[in-house]
Design a protein. Structure first.
Length: 180
């Protein structure tokens, strides 16, 4: 679930389905768009992505620099080792509803950045999985949280979009911007 607030009044909530392995992550929020992120096999700190826009029947290819500049993405997951661990302030390490799905334990990390980076994360090092990520920007706040964890993954979702949708046009980000 992604919950966005702007001050105390406005709330928007979106349900997303995420399928992932250590090398790929598929995200679908609705029936119009989906993303597939792929870790670079030569440099695991880099990631590229494909955006599938079903309305336009187009696959937009994002290289690592496109993702970093346009969306701030640099990797398939956050780096909680760059934050301060602060589990004691919140009590036990086990946290949230996802902790009850398979007994996954999450540790709390906090950051004090002003650049729209996450300010709080509950992270499982063992599963490389966030349970909750909070990002604050001005009076706004975005909270990502896992509502349910299911073992296994739908391998079809992790296939390249060009294989799944061979009839779609394929463009890079610059061409996509020219169209819109």
């Amino acid at each position: 679930m992604v919950r966005e607030t702007s001050g105390a009044a406005h709330v928007a909530q979106t349900r997303q389905t995420i399928s992932r392995t250590t090398e790929r992550l598929h995200l679908r929020a609705d029936d119009t768009r989906e993303w597939l992120f792929r870790r670079n096999p030569m440099d695991p700190t880099r990631v590229s992505a494909s955006l599938v826009d079903h309305r336009s029947r187009v696959i937009v290819i994002y290289d690592e620099s496109d993702l970093r500049q346009r969306h701030g993405h640099r990797r398939l997951g956050p780096r909680p080792d760059a934050w301060n661990r602060s589990g004691a302030a919140q009590g036990p390490d086990t946290h949230g509803p996802a902790a009850h799905d398979g007994g996954i334990r999450f540790a709390r990390y906090v950051g004090h950045r002003q650049d729209n980076s996450p300010s709080e994360i509950w992270w499982s090092e063992e599963y490389a999985l966030p349970q909750t990520v909070v990002t604050k920007a001005g009076a706004g706040r975005t909270t990502f949280s896992i509502a349910r964890i299911s073992p296994g993954v739908n391998a079809e979702m992790l296939r390249r979009p060009t294989e799944r949708f061979p009839e779609y046009d394929v463009v890079d980000l610059a061409d996509w911007r020219d169209r819109h």
